[in-house]
Design a protein around this ligand. Structure first.
Ligand code: NOJ
Ligand code: MG
Length: 531
């Protein structure tokens, strides 16, 4: 059971992101669904996670696979019913698992009744809930871009003679958050899932809610992806967004134990840090995406974590993530021939032993891979628009690999995206029965983290180590845990303080007392409790 009086559960928790289309299909239509997730809850419990974040399962025309919502209070029939959700929530809570859902309120679907009404006439009740500019001629009002269509973000609306704004696909018109009625309406929608008992929200592109009041064009930048040669300072990341975060925080706090996790639009940790507020009055957490763009290197990882810790305002709680549904999986990003698997082990230890809430992405515990798909199999609008330069986000969204049976045990029908070709060897069933598997490694790390509060909330201090090694201590009370990650195929020597091995990736590590100079094996992970 979950404890509703536990207000800081999210600081100790490990989150697991479920992309519902791809996790488990219960009704044989090739698309994952809520009942499918419920049938796999025991797997998540055994793995040892504490909370899941489920990507959108709400009513949607699926132009952006659920990130285009046409009814915020309804479950899309593809995913099941509202009863399926309450049943899943209850079953999760019974097992002590929290459930966070996705809140997509920078934009709605163009099929949302609010937009249908809004676009019908300038005097419609909801007209000002979206963003409009008068249309004179063919020239759009400024240079803002639709990232998933690689063109201007302004689309004509004949009925009113205006442009509407959509910076993802044209089917995702953006809300006018400066309108107080729109705000109130969104807060009402947000209460709906919290009233049902959901444990919080992951807030889609939260820093994009408010646009520049003068609609200035973005300045040019030299980077192509995903910014299309622009610095997004006017269509996103405006200072007024913090007022909205404070309102959301007050709403969440009125429920006591619910969490808000913001997605920022941009890679910079500074932007994410700024979303926490100075007095814990904004978001509980904002995703730090820096690891998603870091090369494999002990030095770079440490620099990234260090910078993040120093940017966060006093009292704010860090978080880390290596993979999600928008980026190439880290198993594939850090591919390095025979060292790919050892690297995945090091990455898992890093994510689960640093100070901050870890977010895992479904299948990373198996080392699920990303493969380029043939053009005919692409489904992601971004992938289709940018093919063959990029393959979009389908490769990281392939079905969960449960077993070696047809369709990887994900579905009895052909899945909506092809299963990775390696599923016969790489799947939950085979890794559960192999004590040396990556899955078992994640399970051990998660179990250790759960028993050692120093790994959850303990203070962190870096240890001196050679440049290939990332090393730190976590301390809580009198317990001190030292973590050594050899991020290289070399055998650097480290000075180990006397202690007992709690967990090591190397069979030779044993569990005895270790002290003094020690030569680490390639990609060795050593987690020790100080004597
Ligand atoms: C960010 C989400 O993570 C992504 O999947 C989605 O396409 C965009 N926001 C638009 O909602
Ligand atoms: Mg289904």
């Amino acid at each position: 059971m979950i404890d509703r009086n536990d207000k800081l559960w999210w600081q100790r928790a490990v989150f697991y992101q479920v992309y519902p289309r791809s996790f488990a299909d219960s009704d044989g239509d090739g698309v994952g669904d809520l009942r499918g997730i419920e049938t796999r809850l025991d797997y998540l419990v055994e793995l040892g996670i504490d909370a899941m974040w489920i990507s959108p399962f709400f009513k949607s025309p699926m132009k952006d696979f659920g990130y285009d919502i046409s009814d915020y209070r309804a479950v899309d029939p593809l995913f099941g019913t509202l009863d399926d959700f309450t049943s899943l929530l209850e079953a999760a809570h019974e097992r002590g698992l929290r459930v966070v859902v996705d809140l997509v309120v920078n934009h709605s679907s163009d099929e949302h009744p609010w937009f249908i009404e809004a676009r019908s006439s300038k005097s419609a009740r909801t007209h000002d809930w979206y963003i409009w500019k008068p249309m004179s001629g063919k020239k759009p009002p400024n240079n803002w871009v639709s990232l998933f269509e690689q063109r201007s973000a302004w689309y004509p609306n004949e009925a009113t003679g205006e442009w509407y704004l959509a910076t993802f696909t044209r089917n995702q018109p953006e809300f006018n958050w400066r309108n107080p009625e729109l705000r109130a309406a969104i807060y009402d929608e947000a209460r709906f899932w919290l009233d049902l008992g959901a444990d919080g929200y992951r807030m889609d592109v939260a820093t994009a809610y408010i646009k520049d009041d003068e609609f200035r064009s973005n300045p040019r930048s030299l980077t192509m992806n995903p910014d299309l040669f622009q610095h997004h300072i006017y269509d996103r990341n405006r200072p007024e967004v913090h007022e909205i975060f404070r309102e959301f925080r007050a709403l969440a706090d009125s429920y006591g134990d619910r969490v808000l996790i913001g997605e920022t639009h941009g890679r910079d940790a500074q932007l994410a840090a700024s979303c926490h507020g100075n007095d814990k009055d904004e978001l509980h957490m904002a995703f730090n995406f820096d690891f998603l763009f870091r090369p494999w290197s002990a030095r770079s990882f440490r620099e990234s974590a260090d910078r993040w810790y120093s940017l966060l305002p006093e009292g704010a709680w860090p978080n880390f993530t290596l993979s999600n549904h928008d980026q190439k999986r880290h198993y594939a990003r850090y591919r390095s021939g025979a060292w790919t698997e050892p690297r995945a082990r090091v990455a898992a230890a890093m994510l689960l032993c640093l100070r901050g809430t870890p977010f895992l992405y479904y299948g990373e515990e198996l080392g699920m891979d990303c493969r380029e798909l043939p053009r005919s199999k692409l489904r992601d609008p971004l992938g289709i628009a940018t093919w063959p330069l990029r393959y979009g986000r389908d490769p990281e969204r392939t079905p969960m690999q449960w077993d070696a049976s047809e369709n990887a045990g994900f579905s009895s029908a052909e899945p909506w995206l092809p299963v990775n070709p390696d599923y016969r060897e790489r799947n939950v069933a085979s890794q559960q029965s192999d004590p040396e598997s990556l899955l078992r490694w994640y399970t051990k790390l998660l179990a250790l983290r759960r028993t050692e509060s120093a790994l959850q909330t303990g203070a962190l201090s870096w240890l001196d180590a050679p440049s290939d090694v990332m090393a730190w201590s976590r301390t809580a009370g009198t317990t001190r845990i030292d973590v050594y990650l050899n991020c290289s195929p070399r055998k650097p020597e480290v000075a180990v303080a006397p202690g007992r091995v709690l967990l090591g990736s190397d069979a030779g590590a044993g569990d005895g007392i270790v002290a003094g100079q020690r030569r680490l094996r390639p990609y060795e992970v050593l987690i020790m409790q100080r004597q």
